[in-house]
Design a protein around this ligand. Structure first.
Ligand code: AMP
Ligand code: MG
Length: 396
């Protein structure tokens, strides 16, 4: 990579997002829409609540005066009273039941005294303990914007709006290839020189968390023909191809030439970033290809920084950069040439979050990812960023 010009993290991200078009939408059954992305705004067709409802178990009363009223009828949840409230009467009512016409207020049962078919009620204020129709949502209102990630709250609101089928952004299909003659699967005993293929699992898991459908996860030997064949299949099968390792300049790094032979055009190679300098990105038509560095931390960090936003945007979501700030809990040495993305734990400080490195930060120290709540961005430069200084973080 020698004297080649490296680009900034932000520039790299912009070049990725510039290539992304959302994949369009598909209908998904409501219960299955969790963690999907809403493709069209959710607009209320009805008021919510749909009718004036009682907020208490008690009595619907016709005016605000204290006094004794004859109990007539009942309005239960799901079973409204048969008739409007007449003068001099009270209607027994439960929480969530329709408030009968002519009701001034609902008096909670605890405030009343009942006997002989009559109830003594205290003074009441107009509208007391009544939830008005449309108090939460008015018909015609946009309740959830397109592009919103559907969590439990969104799902519940969609249900309450009567949305049984949700238009969701299509999930990108993702193929993850891990290159390296040294790699074996997790169930294998290690022969000399071998390591276990963690990238295929880590990156595929990140891809799923970002909403991609992982259609392929495979291991490729450091061989030009095998690399080309595997990438050819992956490019045909997927919207996003991630390939780890083999993107440097060693004699056994076959990924870049293979991608080039397969018609993938380079958009960048090399980012002013540590870990993750040799990250490669290219496109073939609408298909995105990420060459992630082989070192396990680099692979996960660069996936998070570059591939994840693309996967979100393909689904029509905000790329979701998770930008926030924290103060450093201990000094961090700057790197003169590259921004660093330091894996940090977030602790509660007196004045917001404190970021503390999880442990040693080598790009091979995979366990530095454990417990990391964020990546703290240490800008390139000289000297240290001091304890207590405010830095940008990206939530993981
Ligand atoms: P490379 O980018 O292929 O030169 O790999 C850089 C380093 O990452 C080497 O130490 C590799 O053994 C290691 N590595 C590459 N691929 C994987 C993988 N899938 N899982 C774990 N470590 C890997
Ligand atoms: Mg390799």
């Amino acid at each position: 990579m020698g004297a080649r010009e490296l680009i900034s993290i932000d520039e790299a991200r912009e070049r990725v997002l510039a290539e992304v078009e959302s994949l369009g939408s598909e209908d998904v059954e409501l219960a299955a829409s969790l963690e999907r992305v809403l493709a069209a705004p959710a607009v209320a067709e009805e008021d919510l609540p749909p009718f004036d409802a009682s907020a208490m178990d008690g009595f619907a009363v016709p005016d605000g005066e204290a006094g004794t009223l004859r109990i007539e009828g009942e309005s239960r949840a799901g079973a409204p009273a048969a008739s409007a409230l007449a003068a001099g009467t009270a209607c027994r009512i439960s929480t969530g039941a329709v408030v009968p016409e002519g009701t001034h207020a609902v008096v909670p049962v605890e405030a009343t005294e009942e006997g002989d078919g009559q109830v003594a009620v205290p003074e009441s204020k107009a509208g007391a303990n009544i939830r008005r129709a449309g108090e939460d949502v008015h018909a015609g209102e946009t309740v959830i914007a397109a592009g919103t990630a559907i969590g439990a709250a969104e799902l519940a609101v969609l249900a309450s709006l009567g949305v049984a089928t949700v238009a969701c952004g299509k999930r990108p299909r993702l193929a993850m290839l891990a290159t390296g003659d040294e790699l074996v699967e997790p169930d294998a005993a290690l022969a000399p020189g071998q390591i276990r293929n963690s990238n295929a699992y880590g990156v595929a898991a990140q891809a799923r968390q970002a909403g991609a459908e992982v259609v392929e996860r495979s291991r490729v030997p450091d061989d030009a023909g095998a690399t080309r064949a595997a990438l050819a299949d992956a490019l045909d099968a997927a919207d996003v191809v991630c390939v780890s390792g083999g993107v440097s300049v060693g004699p056994h790094d076959h990924v870049k030439p293979a991608l080039s032979e397969l018609g993938v055009e380079e958009r960048f190679w090399g980012v002013r970033l540590r870990p993750g300098k040799p990250t490669w990105f290219g496109t073939r038509g609408d298909t995105l290809a990420f060459g992630l560095p082989g070192n396990p931390v680099s692979a996960m960090v660069t996936f998070h920084l570059f591939a994840r936003p693309a996967i979100r945007a393909l689904q029509g979501a905000d790329p979701g950069l998770g930008a926030a700030h924290a103060r450093l809990a201990e000094p961090l040495r700057r790197n003169p040439k590259r921004d660093q993305m330091v894996r940090v734990k977030l602790e509660q400080g007196e004045d917001g979050w404190l970021a503390r490195p999880t442990k040693a930060q080598g790009s091979h120290v995979l366990t530095s990812m454990l417990g990391a709540g964020a990546l703290a961005r240490v800008p390139q430069g000289e000297g240290d960023v001091a304890t207590g200084e405010r830095i940008d973080i990206e939530l993981l």
